[in-house]
Design a protein around this ligand. Structure first.
Ligand code: SF4
Length: 271
């Protein structure tokens, strides 16, 4: 009998396959570092620290949370400075401090949650979400889906709102994972998902999916969860070589890759 359940998340899905249009920039070696070599000291050191982008994402979420929980800050002439102080922004490196300051200013001038019926909002530092146990035929697996915020729309629908930063396009697959999670968490609710970028202030349309589409998403996630475990099994037992399962793809993507300081192929990508 298996001790641990297989698991899957949007993050794992994106490590297997990139969003549409990003195929040429995808590198499977990153999955190898993240999932197989994560206990090696150099890899562990990288994974234990937030990259600037991750730190900006976390702090951006905290900006929304703080303004939501301290409404008076939105009316205070010092509201932006107060939030920067709560977040200890002065301790951050320049890039993080500057971009998060912009996010604070953006939200202060355009507080998109004001007037909304908030069912739940996270600060972003709560750690791993509770897994959702999914029974797919005889197969059981855990689905992880950390939801930033859920709004109850005027028509009663739950809107799972995901806050973004940076310039990447919204990935519809992430919304579909939320909608699948919601099918288990809120079985009697009508649910949509959407994105809002706190830097560019762009918002997505509401994304919806019916049962047939969510069945297909679930089947895809089952494939990924199984494939991931199969890969781990084969590599750990040395049935296949690490580099055969996780081939490198050097290219322009190496520049922004978390592992470029330890990957021997990074120089091919950034030259
Ligand atoms: S540095 Fe380049 S080749 Fe190496 S893992 Fe990152 S993207 Fe892949």
């Amino acid at each position: 009998m298996k001790k641990y359940l297989d698991f899957v998340s949007y993050n794992l899905w994106s490590l297997f396959s990139p969003p549409v249009g990003m195929e040429n920039f995808h590198c499977h070696r990153k999955r190898g570092y993240t999932k197989v070599r994560k206990k090696e000291p150099q890899v562990q050191a990288i994974l234990s620290q937030n990259t600037p982008s991750q730190q900006i994402g976390l702090l951006a979420q905290a900006v929304v949370y703080e303004f939501h929980h301290n409404h008076e800050l939105l009316n205070s002439p010092n509201g932006t400075e107060e939030v920067a102080k709560i977040l200890n922004l002065e301790r951050e490196i320049d890039e993080v401090r500057q971009r998060v300051t912009q996010i604070i200013n953006n939200y202060y001038s355009n507080p998109v949650l004001v007037g909304k019926n908030i069912h739940k909002i996270m600060r972003g530092d709560e750690g791993f979400p509770q897994p959702i146990l999914i029974h797919h035929g005889n197969y059981q697996f855990n689905l992880f889906a950390a939801m930033d915020c859920i709004i109850i729309e005027p028509d009663g629908r739950y809107n799972i709102l995901d806050f973004k930063t940076g310039t990447s396009d919204f990935d519809r697959r992430q919304a579909l994972v939320y909608l699948l999670a919601a099918r288990y968490l809120y079985p009697n609710q009508k649910v949509v998902a959407s994105f809002y970028n706190l830097e560019t202030q762009q918002e997505s349309e509401f994304i919806e999916a019916g049962d047939i589409q969510l069945d297909a998403v679930e089947a895809e996630l089952v494939k990924i969860a199984k494939k991931h475990q199969e890969e781990l099994y084969k590599v750990r037992r040395k049935l296949v070589k690490f580099e055969d399962i996780y081939p490198e793809s050097p290219g322009i993507q190496c520049k922004a890759c978390d592992f470029n300081s330890i990957c021997e192929f990074a120089r091919l990508g950034v030259s």
